[in-house]
Design a protein around this ligand. Structure first.
Ligand SMILES: NC(=O)c1ccc[n+]([C@@H]2O[C@H](COP(=O)([O-])OP(=O)(O)OC[C@H]3O[C@@H](n4cnc5c(N)ncnc54)[C@H](O)[C@@H]3O)[C@@H](O)[C@H]2O)c1
Length: 337
C-alpha cells in the first residue's frame, strides 16, 4: 500500500523532506500547505502536487501522514491536530520552545495512540549510527567519556536568533539528543556560555559559544561544545571513550583529495553546512519512519525524546543564568508518575 503524505512548510527543510518522500516508492507526496502561498506553489509545481489548506489536509481521510516542517511555533498545535485527525505524524525538532507545552503534546500523543516521530536527523547519519551500533555491541567496553563537537560555519541573522529560543533550544538540542541516544538521560547539567562571535547576538540576550557538561549517576560524563562560527565549515565530530577502546567520527570533507608536499599536508574543508553534511541522514530518517509505520514498530525518535532534549536545554539555560549545576528531575521530562 502506498502512503499518502501532506507536507506542512515549504521552506529549507520542507524541500529536503519532499525530496526524500519522492525517492521512497512506499510513499506519495500529494499536497503541501504553507502560509507563504508562493513557497507552497513553487514546491507544488516542482513535485506536481496540489496546494491545500491545513484544514483540507487534516479532513482528507485519504491522507495517511502529515510531515510538519513549518516554523517551530506551529509544531505543537499541528502535532495535536494531526493525531486528533488520525494521521501518523513526522515533525521537525523542536516540539515547542516551551517545555510545559511539549509535555502536554506528549500527553495528547500518548492518548491518541497515533505514531509520531521527531526529526532528530543525526541519529540517521551513517557515521553516527555505525558508531552507536559498535558501542551497543560492546566493542569498546563500557562507555565512560563522550565528547560532542558541533560548530556552525557562521551565525544566523539576529532576526532568527531572536525567535530561535536561544542556542540551547535551537542548536544544542541535536547534541542533547545525541548524548541521550548514546548514554541515556543524565542526572545533572552544568553549562557555561559567552558571546564571542557576534555582539548583536549578545544584545539579543543569547550566546553564540557554549560548553555543557552532562553528569551521569554512575560517573560517566558527556561534554558538548557549540559555536556559531567555524570559519572552515560545519564541524561535526564525536568521540566516545570506553573501557576497552574508543570510537570517533570525523568530519565529512568536500572532497577526499589530500595534497602532500614539502610544505605540508593539506585536505579539503568540511562540507559547508547541514544540508550538505546530513543529506543522506534525512533520506534514511524518512525511510526509518516509513519502516516503523509499516512494521508497526516503535518510532526511532519519539516525542519523549523531544521532551528529554528540551528538558536538557532548559536545565542548561538555568545552569547558565544561575551559575550552578542543575539536577534533571523526572518532573522536567514529564516522567514523574
Ligand atoms: N532537523 C534539522 O536538521 C533541521 C534543519 C533545519 C530546520 N529544522 C526545523 O524545521 C523547521 C523549519 O525550519 P526551516 O529552516 O525550513 O525554516 P523556513 O523558514 O525555511 O521554512 C519554514 C516554512 O514554514 C512556513 N510556515 C510558517 N507557519 C506555517 C503554518 N502555520 N503552516 C504551514 N507553513 C507554515 C513558512 O512560511 C516557511 O515557508 C524549524 O522548526 C526548524 O527548527 C530542522
Amino acid at each position: 500500500m502506498t502512503l499518502n503524505v501532506a507536507l506542512f512548510g515549504a521552506g529549507r527543510i520542507g524541500k529536503v523532506h519532499a525530496a526524500s518522500i519522492k525517492s521512497d516508492p512506499r510513499a506519495r507526496l500529494v499536497a503541501v500547505t504553507d502560509v507563504m502561498e508562493e513557497a507552497a506553489q513553487a514546491l507544488a509545481s516542482e513535485h506536481g502536487i496540489t496546494v491545500r489548506s491545513a484544514s483540507e489536509i487534516l479532513e482528507d481521510k485519504s491522507i495517511d501522514i502529515i510531515l510538519i516542517a513549518s516554523s517551530t511555533n506551529t509544531h505543537a498545535d499541528l502535532i495535536e491536530r494531526g493525531v486528533a485527525a488520525g494521521k501518523a505524524v513526522f515533525c521537525e525538532k523542536p516540539i515547542d520552545l516551551d517545555l510545559e507545552r511539549a509535555r502536554r503534546v506528549r500527553t495528547s500523543v500518548a492518548a491518541s495512540g497515533r505514531p509520531v516521530m521527531m526529526g532528530f536527523n543525526r541519529r540517521f547519519d551513517p557515521n553516527f549510527s555505525s558508531l552507536r551500533t559498535a558501542f551497543v555491541a560492546g566493542e569498546i567496553g563500557k562507555g565512560e567519556l563522550l565528547a560532542v563537537t558541533s560548530y556552525d560555519p557562521a551565525p544566523p541573522p539576529v532576526s532568527y536568533v531572536k525567535v530561535s529560543g536561544g542556542l540551547f533550544r535551537d542548536m544544542m538540542i541535536h547534541d542533547f539528543d545525541m548524548c541521550c541516544w548514546l548514554f541515556g538521560l543524565p542526572d545533572k547539567v552544568t553549562a557555561t556560555g559567552s558571546c564571542l562571535v557576534d555582539p548583536e547576538i549578545g544584545a539579543a540576550g543569547d550566546i553564540d559559544t557554549a560548553v555543557v557538561i552532562l553528569h551521569y549517576g554512575d560517573g560517566r560524563i558527556a561534554t558538548i561544545r557549540n559555536s556559531r562560527r567555524a570559519v572552515f565549515g560545519y564541524d561535526q565530530r564525536l568521540e566516545l571513550l570506553g573501557s576497552e577502546g574508543m570510537l570517533s567520527v570525523e568530519n565529512q570533507l568536500e572532497t577526499t583529495v589530500r595534497k602532500s608536499t614539502t610544505a605540508g599536508v593539506q585536505s579539503a574543508k568540511p562540507q559547508l553546512f547541514f544540508l550538505e553534511r546530513y543529506m543522506r541522514a534525512y533520506e534514511t530518517e524518512w525511510a526509518a519512519f516509513v519502516d516503523a509505520l509499516s512494521n508497526d514498530t516503535p518510532m526511532p525518535a519519539t516525542v519523549q525524546d523531544g521532551v528529554n532534549a528540551l528538558a536538557l536545554a532548559e536545565a542548561a539555560n538555568l545552569s547558565l543564568t544561575e551559575g550552578r549545576t542543575v539536577t534533571v528531575t523526572a518532573q522536567m521530562t514529564g516522567q514523574a508518575g
